[in-house]
Ligand binder design. Structure first.
Ligand code: FMN
Length: 185
């Protein structure tokens, strides 16, 4: 039996594209393996406080992350980066001595390898290398780096151009749903 942890962070509830995508990803993965156990963490409905020193070390979010084989993360772009709710969750998961460590030589080493992380990105604009505003992209680049830091290469599903009109939005969503089909295949 494998375990999926679904983590959502969008504040837009039933209108959320990232939630639509995480739901679809989980549906596809569980259809492929019906014995899969799914737990859900809604960081907008039940937000974590900002990190303080008291929160460092063992915590419930870290335990849930460690217990999962696959983590499906919904990551909308707010102000060119991730929602503060998702950052607070990562602040619990990126934990010295558990998900990463520094070697005697001072080199960081990820300790969470072996997990599958699938991130559903939803962005109002477009941030490709030829689109002129790649310097503003601090969502995908950040998530790629922080998961690499703990030993994981995340897979991305991207819904882009969601605030560029109704047609662009439906194209963006359709493309992302198509990517989900390929991921799960
Ligand atoms: C508070 C807020 C800030 C946003 N900032 C950006 C931004 O900086 N760049 C961008 O491309 N889209 C931005 N957007 C658009 C969202 O990325 C887009 O609406 C996306 O669909 C949000 O994901 P969701 O549908 O899961 O809520 C912002 C939306 C909100 C609500």
């Amino acid at each position: 039996m494998s375990r999926i942890l679904r983590v959502d962070s969008s504040i837009t509830g039933e209108h959320s594209v990232s939630r639509q995508l995480t739901q679809h990803i989980v549906k596809q993965l569980t259809a492929a393996d019906p014995s899969t156990e799914v737990s859900e963490r809604d960081l907008a409905a039940d937000p974590l406080p900002h990190l303080t020193l008291d929160h460092l070390g063992p915590n419930a979010e870290l335990d849930a992350f460690l217990a999962a084989d696959t983590i499906v993360v919904g990551a909308p772009m707010y102000n060119f980066t991730l929602p503060t709710q998702l950052k607070a969750w990562l602040d619990r998961v990126v934990s010295n001595g558990t998900t990463f460590r520094y070697t005697a030589e001072g080199k960081p080493e990820g300790l969470a390898g072996g997990k599958r992380v699938i991130v559903a990105l939803s962005r109002g604009g477009v941030y490709g290398p030829d689109q002129g505003n790649a310097d503003f992209e601090h969502l995908e680049s950040y998530l790629k780096a922080i998961f690499a830091f703990i030993g994981i290469t995340p897979e991305f599903v991207r819904a882009d151009g969601l605030n560029l009109g109704a047609e662009a939005k439906s194209r963006g969503v359709e493309q992302a749903l198509g990517e989900v089909e390929r991921l799960a295949a």
